[in-house]
Design a protein around this ligand. Structure first.
Ligand SMILES: [Zn+2]
Length: 111
């Protein structure tokens, strides 16, 4: 990163979202849940082809952080509805029984 002030700083965000001079980048807008979007939830690996994270489709939005979602484990069995689950920053640290009982969801990482 250059130590000099960016010669293009007046255009940061107005209108450019990325600055080639200093690598400044506009922060992405906060995501809001809406019906049909996909989130991540914890899931028992025994019913999810060994993975403890499963995708879930939002079926109801109660607030910016509280939703209902239909879990889609990677298996041939039925999908599961979770109600009034709450947003957290990550579900990676869930273990054991918490994977199925948890009422937590998070956004998939940006790729
Ligand atoms: Zn710049």
């Amino acid at each position: 990163m250059p130590t000099e002030p960016c010669p293009n700083a007046e255009f940061h965000g107005k209108p450019h979202r990325y600055c080639q001079y200093c690598d400044w980048m506009e922060a992405p807008a906060a995501q809001m849940p809406s019906v049909g979007r996909v989130v991540f939830v914890g899931c028992d690996p025994a019913y999810n082809n060994g993975s403890k994270i499963a995708p879930a489709v939002i079926t109801r939005v109660w607030s910016d952080v509280c939703i209902n979602a239909r879990v889609l484990p990677d298996c041939a069995g039925p999908s599961e509805q979770r109600t009034s689950i709450t947003h957290v920053d990550t579900v990676d640290d869930l273990e054991g029984d918490d994977l199925n009982r948890t009422y937590r969801w998070t956004w998939p990482p940006r790729v």
